[in-house]
Write a protein that binds this ligand. Structure first.
Ligand code: ZN
Ligand code: ZN
Length: 357
C-alpha cells in the first residue's frame, strides 16, 4: 500500500504522542474550543482527547474519559486551564459507549447537572446490559462465536474470559438525550451537526462544525491507527459494510482539521479516509486469497493465524487475538455478502471460495 502520512495540526501534540510517555498539553484549538487529554489506565492509547466547546456560561464536552479519579482530575484541570470547572459542563456529547469515551460521563453529570447525549443504537446496547444476567449472557454469546470461529479448546477459555470491556460498561449512566443522524445540536454559538458513523460501534457519532470547518471524529477516523471493526455479540450483522459506508459519510465534508479522540489532530480528512479504505481493500484481498487456497474449507480462526499482523501471532495477548479473530470475521462476512467467499455453517463454520461446498 502506498504510504501516506497525515499532517499533524499541532506539533506539540504530535511530539507528545510520539514520545510514548508525555501527555500532550491542554490546547486552545480555536477560539472557544479546547483539547483536553484525559489519561486511560493501562492502554497503549494512553489518553482520550476530550474537546470542550465554550457556550454562554459554560461548556459542552465531546467525550468524557475513563471512569477513574485520575481521569476526573485531568478533566477538571484541563477545564480550569480554559477557565471552567466540572460544574460548568452543560452537556456531554458521547461519540460511542466504549469506556474510554463514556465511562466518566455519569460522574460529570452528577457534579454538574449536564445532560448526556448518545446515538440510540449505542444507547440500546447500554440498556441491554442492565438486565439481570446480561453480562453472563454476552460472555456466553462471545464464547459461542469463538467456538464457531474454530478457536482451539486450549485457547478458548483464555480468550472468552477477556471481557474486561463488557464488564466496565455495566456501571455506565443512561443518556438523557438521543441524537440522530444529521441532527443539529442546539449549542449556542455552534453549528454542530451529528453524523451517524456505525462500524466501530453501532451508534458511533462524529460531529461536524461547517462554519469552523472541523470534524470531531471520535474513534472513526484517526491519524495513524484504524479502529477495531469486528463481529461480536453486540455488533451489527455486517459491521465492516457499515464502517466503509460511514467513511464515505464523513469524507464528503470539506473541513480544515480532524479532531480525533486519540493520538493527535491532523489536516487531511479525505486522504486519510482513502488510505483507510485502501487498507481494508488490501485486507479483504489478503483474506480472500487465504480462503481460496484452502480447498477443503478453513475456519475463521485459522484464517486469522495466517494473516500478517504487527507482531508474530503467538506473541499477541489473548484479548487482542480475540479482537483479531473477530476483525477477520468482519472481513469474511463482508466478502460473503459480496459473494466472494462462501460459508458452510457447522459446529465450526468453514469458509471457502465461491464454488466451495
Ligand atoms: Zn472505541
Ligand atoms: Zn477510543
Amino acid at each position: 500500500m502506498a504510504t501516506f502520512a497525515v499532517t499533524p495540526a499541532s506539533e506539540e501534540q504530535h511530539a507528545a504522542w510520539q514520545s510514548r510517555t508525555a501527555m500532550p498539553q491542554v490546547e486552545r484549538v480555536r477560539p472557544g474550543l479546547w483539547s483536553i487529554p484525559v489519561p486511560i489506565p493501562v492502554n497503549p492509547l494512553r489518553y482520550v482527547l476530550v474537546y470542550a466547546l465554550e457556550l454562554p456560561g459554560g461548556v459542552a464536552i465531546i467525550d468524557a474519559g475513563w471512569n477513574t479519579d485520575e481521569a476526573y482530575q485531568a478533566l477538571a484541570a484541563g477545564l480550569a486551564v480554559a477557565g471552567y470547572t466540572i460544574a460548568d459542563v452543560k452537556g456531554v456529547l458521547v461519540t460511542h459507549i466504549h469506556p474510554d469515551h463514556y465511562g466518566l460521563a455519569g460522574r460529570v453529570r452528577e457534579d454538574s447537572g449536564a445532560w448526556i447525549a448518545l446515538h440510540p443504537a449505542d444507547a440500546a446496547l447500554l440498556h441491554d446490559r442492565y438486565d439481570d444476567g446480561a453480562i453472563d449472557l454476552l460472555v456466553e454469546k462471545e464464547r459461542r462465536l469463538l467456538v464457531r470461529s474454530g478457536v482451539p479448546d486450549a485457547t478458548l477459555e483464555e480468550l472468552a474470559g477477556a471481557s474486561m470491556m463488557i464488564r466496565h460498561m455495566v456501571s455506565m449512566a443512561r443518556p438523557d438525550r438521543l441524537v440522530a443522524d444529521g441532527e443539529s445540536l442546539d449549542l449556542s454559538g455552534w453549528d454542530l451537526r451529528a453524523i451517524w458513523t456505525p462500524g466501530h460501534s453501532p451508534g458511533h457519532l462524529c460531529f461536524v462544525s461547517p462554519s469552523r470547518r472541523v470534524l470531531f471524529s471520535g474513534d472513526h477516523v484517526l491519524a495513524r491507527i484504524t479502529p477495531i471493526v469486528a463481529v461480536h455479540p453486540q455488533s451489527s450483522p455486517n459491521p465492516l459494510a457499515d464502517y466503509l459506508d460511514s467513511l464515505a459519510a464523513v469524507r464528503k465534508w470539506d473541513v480544515d482539521e480532524v479532531l480525533p479522540a486519540h493520538e493527535y489532530r491532523f489536516l487531511e480528512l479525505a486522504e486519510r479516509v482513502d488510505h483507510v479504505l485502501a487498507h481494508h481493500e488490501e485486507r479483504l484481498a489478503e483474506i480472500e486469497t487465504v480462503v481460496a487456497g484452502a480447498a477443503s474449507g478453513i475456519s475463521c480462526w485459522a484464517v486469522a493465524t495466517r494473516l500478517t499482523w504487527s507482531r508474530p501471532w503467538e506473541t499477541i495477548p489473548a484479548f487482542m487475538r480475540r479482537a483479531a479473530n473477530n476483525e477477520t470475521l468482519a472481513h469474511l462476512v463482508w466478502l460473503e455478502a459480496r459473494g466472494r467467499v462462501r460459508r458452510v455453517a457447522g459446529e465450526v463454520d468453514l469458509w471457502g471460495a465461491r464454488d466451495f461446498m
